[in-house]
Design a protein around this ligand. Structure first.
Ligand SMILES: *[C@@H]1O[C@H](CO)[C@@H](O)[C@H](O)[C@H]1NC(C)=O
Ligand SMILES: *[C@@H]1O[C@H](CO)[C@@H](O)[C@H](O)[C@H]1NC(C)=O
Ligand SMILES: *[C@@H]1O[C@H](CO)[C@@H](O)[C@H](O)[C@H]1NC(C)=O
Ligand SMILES: *[C@@H]1O[C@H](CO)[C@@H](O)[C@H](O)[C@H]1NC(C)=O
Ligand SMILES: *[C@@H]1O[C@H](CO)[C@@H](O)[C@H](O)[C@H]1NC(C)=O
Ligand SMILES: *[C@@H]1O[C@H](CO)[C@@H](O)[C@H](O)[C@H]1NC(C)=O
Ligand SMILES: *[C@@H]1O[C@H](CO)[C@@H](O)[C@H](O)[C@H]1NC(C)=O
Length: 439
């Protein structure tokens, strides 16, 4: 631009901004502003974008050549649509149409993006079954990296097509070597993230993993996989701070929710869980590692037919601590170990050797938990001798066996307080280091 034109243009922009501010406060039609803006779209100026007058732009995978017939590989269209959406200077929607099925290989949706972004998934995104396509990275299928202010929603389905992976798992076929399988959806280093109104099913391994994320809201999620599918955790939380998971239904072959090291400020509410292995903190401290988990609340859960209810599990030989944990307002139905702390967790073929060190467990409250246990032992505290569980509170607990018999509690090395009704209680006069108080 010539200097003279530039000055004229700049003064016009200033007038426009002043006009925008005054019209915004006085409520003058924004449509008019939009027309003005569109007229000046021809000028190569970012000022207009910063005024955020333009409505959201939609990037539909179909316009990038996706077929959505469940047969053609639509990976390229997804990647191209993402590239454009992520570099849009105004709020963008990455759109996957309803009533269609998109077959895709592993994709990395890489940020940071220029503006806020919504992934509107209304159709089905189906994982490619060709194992060769997972050669480059065997542990992720859909992975979103370093995106801020992302919303994932749309009522659609993310389907990991996991059955070939399950049948190749060493947990299913003991003759096969153990190897990794992809997590269906990984959110890595995302901050201010919302995941709402989606179904995630039949993952190759875990369904959704929040890894190194901050400030996350998850709601109205349905996660399903067969009860016998191996390692198919529903929602996995690792190294993530401030995450709320609410009003969700999860039933898989492994933990409904698993919370592992580096996680702090985890809230789960309104969770329907089962089948599966229940809601778990851990496992922590494997291979003599240091682990830290704190400030976890599970408030309101219906847990049915699972192998555990609310569980904390740590390997021998670890260090660090899991502290300030609350499990409350939970109904158990035919659950094998409704309440369990297992500091001798060992998920391997060979026996785990004796080790004194342990991830410490401090301040765990169980409140208003009732229902039925599939096993005689409804409450198990199997804590470390050198590092007993501290500050464990049981309040308003009533668990009976599913066949109406009384249930039992097993208590090793735990410092306990009972408040109000607690059924069952630890046996008295046992020779372990057990300290129980009445409050
Ligand atoms: C989920 O998303 C679909 C499609 O956008 C919408 O029709 C439906 O009302 C949403 N459901 C909820 C519970 O928000
Ligand atoms: C998590 O939430 C707490 C309490 O609201 C806040 O103090 C903390 O800064 C948050 N952490 C992150 C990483 O945003
Ligand atoms: C628990 O671990 C934290 C580090 O995350 C540490 O600061 C704290 O001292 C530990 N608490 C106890 C009681 O060991
Ligand atoms: C106990 O938990 C159940 C199930 O979540 C809930 O319906 C009930 O209101 C809770 N009771 C109290 C006293 O909070
Ligand atoms: C409880 O679960 C077991 C399987 O763990 C099942 O065989 C049994 O029928 C269930 N009982 C009830 C009453 O649901
Ligand atoms: C455990 O609770 C006690 C009493 O509320 C508190 O003083 C202590 O700091 C807590 N410890 C941890 C590690 O949260
Ligand atoms: C505990 O639950 C059983 C079975 O639901 C019930 O019969 C019993 O009255 C309850 N006990 C208390 C003290 O609430």
């Amino acid at each position: 631009m010539a200097p003279y034109r530039r000055i004229t243009f700049l003064s016009f922009v200033i007038i426009l901004i002043l006009f925008y501010i005054s019209s915004y406060t006085s409520g003058i039609s924004r449509a008019y502003m939009k027309t003005v803006k569109e007229y000046f779209m021809f000028q190569e100026s970012d000022v207009f974008d910063n005024l955020a007058l333009v409505s959201t732009k939609t990037f539909d995978v179909d316009s990038f050549g996706a077929k959505g017939d469940g047969k053609k590989d639509d990976t390229k269209a997804f990647k191209n649509a993402w590239k454009e959406a992520c570099s849009s200077k105004t709020a963008a929607v990455f759109h996957v149409a309803k009533n269609k099925k998109y077959l895709v290989a592993p994709i990395r949706f890489k940020g940071p993006c220029k503006a806020s972004l919504t992934m509107q998934i209304s159709g089905t995104v189906l994982a490619s079954k060709q194992e060769s396509k997972y050669k480059k990275d065997e542990t992720h299928w859909l992975r979103v990296d370093e995106v801020e202010n992302l919303v994932i929603e749309g009522g659609g389905v993310i389907d990991g097509n996991g059955d070939i992976w399950w049948s190749h798992s060493c947990k299913v076929d003991k003759k096969l070597p153990c190897k990794d399988a992809p997590t269906a959806l990984t959110l890595y280093k995302c901050t201010s993230l919302t995941v709402n109104n989606l179904t995630i099913q039949n993952a190759q391994k875990m369904h959704v993993s929040f890894d190194h994320c901050e400030n996350v809201q998850v709601s109205n999620i349905e996660v399903t996989a067969p009860e016998d599918s191996p390692n198919t955790d529903g929602i996995h939380v690792t190294h993530t701070q401030n995450i709320t998971i609410s009003d969700s239904v999860i039933g898989t072959g492994d933990d409904c929710i698993s919370i592992v090291s580096g996680s702090k400020g985890v809230q789960a509410a309104g969770i329907t869980c089962g089948p599966g292995h229940g809601i778990s903190i851990g496992s922590l401290g494997s291979k003599n590692s240091e682990a830290h988990v704190s400030d976890v609340t599970v408030d309101g859960a219906d847990i049915t037919g699972t192998t555990n209810g609310v569980r904390i599990k740590t390997w021998r030989g670890g260090s660090g601590n899991a502290s300030n944990i609350m499990f409350q307002n939970i109904i158990m139905k035919n659950v094998s170990n409704p309440i369990i702390i297992d500091q001798n967790y060992c998920d391997q073929d060979d026996a785990c050797k004796e080790q004194d060190d342990a991830v410490e467990i401090i301040n765990v409250t169980y409140q208003n938990i009732s229902g039925t246990s599939a096993d005689k032992e409804a409450v198990i505290f199997d804590c470390s001798k050198k590092h007993p569980c501290q500050g464990v509170v049981l309040k308003d607990i009533n668990l009976t066996q599913v066949d109406d018999d009384d249930a039992k509690a097993i208590c090793n090395n735990v410092e306990l307080t009972y408040t109000k009704t607690v059924i069952p209680r630890c046996p008295k006069n046992i020779d372990q280091d057990q300290l129980a108080f009445e409050a």
